[in-house]
Design a protein around this ligand. Structure first.
Ligand code: AR6
Length: 175
């Protein structure tokens, strides 16, 4: 499903973040060291190839809520925006830190002339953020940031499984 905010399309789809052909940038749910890990980070580094980690190492460590941008190498995109989400129950306040990820990722992408960007559900896997709460925080952060974006025209949230997709769809329908 999709909605428009300030002439920017926000789409919610079920899919794989490494297969977002047609998106200028994809977002990585990274670790502070910007190394390959499990989940999204593992999948992105596997698909991008070993040059991605070489570009990442001098940019690390990053702080919770921060975003940095690299090239995307063998991914079907121009850029990867790496964000460190909060570990639920540890990094506080979780909602502010998670929101910062989305805002900072959109800002750095926009500054790099990105017109389309795809996000996974940051922090909702290994970092344990409850999916319903994360959907509320992420969609609000994205919608609230749309007025300041100059280049971005399409923002996509990519959910791996159907339940996560349905939850995000229900939250977006309320906006
Ligand atoms: N495409 C889209 N979504 C995915 C994919 C994929 N290929 N794979 C998993 N997800 P996670 P986090 C979903 O754990 O919670 C890493 O090891 C997944 O179902 O990747 O921010 C890093 O190195 C979940 O809903 O990210 C960090 O140490 C969401 O993406 C740590 O995990 C995020 O899951 C980051 O944890």
């Amino acid at each position: 499903m999709e909605r428009k905010f300030n002439n920017i399309v926000l789409e919610i789809i079920q899919g794989d973040i490494t297969k977002q052909t047609g998106c200028d940038a994809v977002v990585n749910a990274a670790n502070a060291e910007l190394l390959p890990g499990g989940g999204v980070a593992g999948a992105i580094h596997r698909a991008a190839g070993p040059d991605l980690v070489k570009e990442c190492i001098p940019l690390a460590p990053i702080k919770t809520g921060e975003a940095v941008i690299t090239k995307a190498y063998n991914l079907p995109n121009k850029y990867v925006v790496h964000c460190l989400g909060p570990v639920y129950g540890k990094d506080k306040p979780e909602n502010v830190l998670l929101s910062n990820c989305y805002v900072n990722a959109l800002k750095i992408a926009d500054e790099n002339n990105v017109e389309s960007i795809a996000f996974p559900a940051i922090s909702t896997g290994i970092f344990g953020y409850p999916i319903e709460d994360a959907a509320e925080v992420s969609i609000k952060a994205i919608v609230d940031t749309t007025p300041i974006l100059k280049k971005i025209k399409v923002i996509r949230i990519v959910l791996f499984d159907f339940d996560s997709f349905s939850i995000h769809k229900n939250v977006l329908e309320k906006f």
